[in-house]
Design a protein around this ligand. Structure first.
Ligand code: GLN
Length: 535
């Protein structure tokens, strides 16, 4: 097995994950199977308890792992399903070491960061690598070289490089190439310093990817090549681009794939990049456009809804439309009404969420879409709120609510999952991951998926209360998807409305280039046909 280790220098937020995912895509396009490990040097065991405002969305894997959103990028770029073992955090490592110590497995030794923590890291990397059976394993080291938190991981990486042999590993260091606005000159000193830091740990990079708003000048590349001992052909520029899906092509055009293949002593087996190029072409040249409003409460940090954004890119590419997302803060609807914020929308998405803030605004948005015949998609919390909205305005239960939001309501039309009663820990305790769902023959969901049995990922603690189902369906909101032998409601839709559908599961998580989420595609197509009719 070959390894590509991606580190970051200078500052965080450089898009290391996209660089790593893009390298993976390029290697995959030459016929190799590629998998990925993301290392997050924080003490949380997983991303499940993290506020989306700080870290962006929590991505959920097939096995229910709640992980860093970069894992979503890996799944989308590599078109693979990863498991939670592919996200290694300091929390997971320390927890394992401490549990071993309590069991007495260290046989009286003093337990230390080196070698016990580093060995645990190595063990995890090796286990995942072996089980993945991939030709090439990407390892992205989160954080920035020089951070105290990253030290044990860099030390483990150094040992791993010796163990598997230098010829089988490529170290890619991602840095920032700032430009001094006064003179317009690209500066390499921060890169030189972070490479020096990396070398002090005992790791020499083989490739440097320089981020910046414009491509690196020849002189800049030459300087980095000289000062950092990296071959000139491996000093690569990754300027800002309008779509992340362009990044593999930007790297390919600088000869990155050929360099990596040569450096790792591999024989290319295929050339499948044209398919990716064609997808990117469709993303970049959409013949039409459509406006979709996203009504949420974390809209100031777009990363909170990253998988939805990507699902709309995939759906737009398939439908031949640029999807303009109108970001609407739910509380603004509470202040000034839905019409003020949704007038330009040809479709409305209410995504997942937790807690009370903004829910009344989301409910108003749903009512606006339902009554105005505007295509609507509700995901998870959005699906639950659509049921609540329907019960309030069509069943006459003015206090209908979720017991998450109002534990005292007389009409808890959304209620705690029975198995959640008594659960007190917040981390990893929701109904998580992939579960099979049965769809009803002839439903909109069936039409969109083209099959009656689907698998989609979940992350929730509440569900539609079975006590109210008959009453709701009698008034016209139909449950057309269910799981666990029909016990849990998974899809609701409103016949007679141009397009009104909600899902308890998260279709955005499995959306991929050329395989868009069926529900996002359904919304985009419905919004397009609505806008055509309006013209
Ligand atoms: N808060 C809701 C629940 O826990 C919805 C969760 C979500 O949207 N991911 O069921």
């Amino acid at each position: 097995m070959k390894f590509v280790i991606v580190t970051g220098g200078v500052l965080s937020g450089l898009g290391k994950g996209i660089t790593a995912s893009s390298i993976g895509r390029l290697l995959k396009s030459r016929g190799f199977s590629v998998s990925a490990i993301k290392i997050d040097p924080y003490l949380n065991c997983d991303a499940g308890t993290m506020n989306p405002f700080q870290h962006g969305e929590v991505f959920v894997l097939e096995d229910g792992g709640e992980v860093d959103l970069d894992l979503g990028n890996y799944e989308r770029f590599l078109d693979v399903d990863l498991s939670s073992a592919h996200n290694i955090t300091t929390g997971k490592v320390y927890r394992a070491v401490i549990e071993k110590e309590r069991r007495g497995e260290y046989l009286g030794k003093t337990v230390q960061i080196i070698p016990h923590v580093t060995n645990e890291i190595l063990l995890r990397i090796k286990t995942v690598a072996r089980e993945s059976r991939a030709d090439i394993m990407l390892i992205e080291l989160g954080g920035t070289v020089g951070d105290i938190e990253s030290m044990p991981f860099l030390e483990a990486a150094r040992q791993a490089i010796i163990e598997v042999g230098r010829e089988n590993v490529v170290v890619v260091h991602t840095t920032l190439i700032p430009v001094l606005s006064t003179v317009g000159e690209q500066k390499t000193k921060p890169t030189q310093h972070s490479v020096k830091e990396l070398r002090a740990i005992g790791i020499q990079p083989d490739m440097i990817v320089g981020r910046g708003n414009r491509p690196m000048d020849k002189g800049t590349r030459e300087k980095i090549h000289q000062f950092c001992d990296v071959p000139l052909e491996a000093v690569v520029s990754a300027p800002d681009v309008s779509s992340i899906y362009q990044v593999p092509l930007v790297l390919e055009d600088q000869g990155v794939t050929n360099y990596l293949i040569k450096r790792l002593n591999l024989e290319p087996r295929a050339d499948e990049l044209p398919g990716w190029r064609e997808f990117v072409h469709r993303v970049m040249n959409p013949p039409r456009a459509v406006n979709i409003a996203v009504v949420g409460k974390y809209v100031d940090l777009k990363d909170s809804y990253l998988s939805h954004i990507e699902a709309f890119h995939h759906a737009g590419a398939e439908a031949g439309a640029k999807v303009n997302l109108i970001w609407v803060e739910a509380e603004d609807i509470e202040k000034s009404g839905a019409d003020n914020h949704l007038r330009k929308a040809q479709g409305v998405l209410v995504p997942g969420g937790f807690g009370e803030r903004g829910t009344e605004g989301k409910i108003q948005a749903i009512q606006y879409a339902r009554q105005g015949g505007i295509p609507f998609l509700g995901v998870c919390f959005g699906f639950q709120l659509a049921v609540i909205e329907f019960c309030r305005h069509n069943l006459g239960h003015a206090d209908a609510n979720s017991s998450e939001l109002n534990p005292k309501t007389e009409h808890p039309v959304v209620d705690l999952l029975p198995e959640q009663k008594g659960v007190t820990d917040l981390g990893g305790t929701m109904r998580l991951g992939s579960h099979p769902i049965e769809l009803k023959e002839g439903s909109t969901a069936h039409r969109l998926y083209g099959t009656l049995r689907i698998n989609e990922r979940h992350r929730h603690r509440y569900e539609v209360n079975p006590d109210f189902i008959a009453e709701i369906e009698k008034k016209g909101l139909l449950f057309t998807g269910s799981s666990d032998g029909g016990r849990r409601m998974e899809v609701a839709e409103l016949p007679g409305h141009p397009h009104f559908i909600g899902s308890q599961f998260h279709p955005e998580l499995k959306s991929r280039p050329n395989k868009p989420s069926r529900l996002h595609l359904g919304l985009v197509k419905a919004a397009l046909s609505l806008s055509l009719r309006a013209q």
